[in-house]
Design a protein around this ligand. Structure first.
Ligand SMILES: Nc1nc2c(ncn2[C@@H]2O[C@H](COP(=O)(O)OP(=O)(O)O)[C@@H](O)[C@H]2O)c(=O)[nH]1
Ligand SMILES: [Mg+2]
Length: 316
C-alpha cells in the first residue's frame, strides 16, 4: 500500500513501478489498483484515435505543449500495437520528446501488444487510473481505430477526437465503421496536403445529414497541421466547448456511468477468466478433450461443465 501513497503524491517512479507490475501480472498490483480507485475521476480524458500515420502522436505532442502552457499537468497513454514502443516514451520526434521527458508535469506511457495480462484495453484503463490518481489534469489516450475491440478505448474518454487525413477513402471508411457516432470532434490533419478543405466540406455534409435531438452536440471539424502546431489552439478550444456541453447537459455523468459499467463488466469477465484458467484441473481438461475427440460431448457443453464445476468449488 505504500506504493499507493507515493502515487497519490505524484511520484513518477512509483507510478512506473506499479505499471510494470500490472504488465507482469503481479498479484499485488491488483491490490494497489483497488486502493487507488477511490482517488480517480478528477482527470479529463481525451481520446485521440485514427488510422496509423494520421498524425496522432504528433498531435498528442502538440496538445501536451498546449496544455502545459495552460499550467495543466498531462498524462499520455499510447495504445499502439503497430509501434515498437518499449515501456517508455517514444512519441513525436526525439527533440520534442526530450523536452517533455524532462518535464515533471508530463507522464507518458505506451502499451504495446506484448504482455499486458487481460489485454490492451484493460491495461489502458489501469494506466489512466494511475495517472488520474497521480493528479494529472488531462489524460491523452492515443489509439488506432475505433471499433477494434482490443484497442477501442474511445468509450473511456470524455472527449474523443477522430484524426483523418486528406487521402481518398478516409471519409467513406468512416461511415462504415460507425465513427460518426463515436467521434466528438473531427480533426483533418495534414492540412498542408491537397484535399484538406474538400475533406472538411465532405465531413460537414455527413455531420449535418445525421439526425440529432435538438440541442445535442454536433461534432465540429478542425483543420490542423500537427507538425507545425497549426490549428492546435482551435482544437483545444473545441475540446473545452465539448467539455462545457457535457457538463451543462448532464451528459458527462451519463458518459462516466457508462464507462464505469464497461469497466465493471470487463472486470467480471477478466476475473472469471483468470479464476477459471487458474483453477482448471488439467486431468479433467484432458478427459474432456478425449470426450470431444470421440464426439461424446461438444465444446459448449464441455465449457459449461467446467464453469459449473469451478463455481461449485467456490473459485469464481
Ligand atoms: N505533412 C504533414 N505531415 C504530418 C503532419 N502531422 C504529422 N505528420 C507526419 O505524419 C507521420 C505520421 O505521424 P504520427 O504522429 O507518427 O502518426 P500516428 O501513427 O497517427 O501516431 C510523421 O512522419 C509525421 O511527421 C502534418 O500536419 N502535415
Ligand atoms: Mg502514433
Amino acid at each position: 500500500m505504500e506504493l499507493t501513497e507515493k502515487i497519490l503524491a505524484g511520484d513518477v517512479r512509483a507510478a512506473a513501478r506499479l505499471m510494470r507490475s500490472i504488465e507482469d501480472g503481479a498479484p499485488d498490483a491488483v491490490e494497489e489498483l483497488k486502493s487507488i480507485y477511490q482517488h480517480t475521476g478528477k482527470a479529463y480524458v481525451i481520446g485521440v484515435t485514427g488510422a496509423p500515420g494520421a498524425g496522432k502522436s504528433t498531435m498528442v505532442d502538440a496538445l501536451i505543449s498546449a496544455y502545459r502552457n495552460r499550467n495543466l499537468t498531462v498524462g499520455v497513454v499510447a495504445v499502439d500495437p503497430s509501434s515498437p514502443f518499449t515501456g517508455g516514451a517514444i512519441l513525436g520526434d526525439r527533440v520534442r520528446m526530450q523536452k517533455h521527458s524532462t518535464d515533471q508535469g508530463v507522464f507518458i506511457r505506451s502499451v504495446a501488444t506484448r504482455g499486458w495480462l487481460g489485454g490492451l484495453a484493460r491495461a489502458a484503463i489501469s494506466i489512466i487510473h494511475i495517472m488520474d490518481a497521480m493528479g494529472k489534469d488531462v489524460i491523452l489516450a492515443e489509439t488506432v481505430g475505433i471499433g477494434q475491440a482490443e484497442v477501442d478505448i474511445t468509450r473511456l474518454a470524455d472527449t474523443t477526437l477522430f484524426v483523418l487525413t486528406p487521402t481518398a477513402g478516409d471519409a467513406i471508411q468512416m461511415m462504415k465503421a460507425g465513427i460518426l457516432e463515436a467521434a466528438d470532434i473531427f480533426v483533418v490533419n495534414k492540412a498542408d496536403q491537397e484535399g484538406a478543405q474538400h475533406l472538411k466540406v465532405e465531413l460537414q455534409v455527413m455531420v449535418s445529414m445525421k439526425n440529432r435531438a435538438h440541442g445535442s452536440w454536433e461534432p465540429p471539424i478542425v483543420l490542423t497541421e500537427a507538425v507545425k502546431g497549426k490549428g492546435i489552439e482551435e482544437l483545444v478550444a473545441e475540446i473545452m466547448k465539448h467539455k462545457e456541453y457535457l457538463t451543462t447537459s448532464g451528459k458527462m455523468e451519463k458518459r462516466r456511468r457508462e464507462r464505469v459499467r464497461l469497466e465493471l463488466v470487463g472486470a467480471i469477465e477478466g476475473s472469471l477468466k483468470d479464476y477459471i484458467s487458474a483453477g482448471l484441473d488439467q486431468t479433467a481438461l484432458e478427459k474432456l478433450i478425449d470426450d470431444l475427440m470421440q464426439k461424446k460431448t461438444n465444446p459448449h457443453s464441455a465449457a459449461s461443465e467446467i464453469i459449473d464445476h469451478s463455481v461449485k468449488l467456490g473459485r469464481a
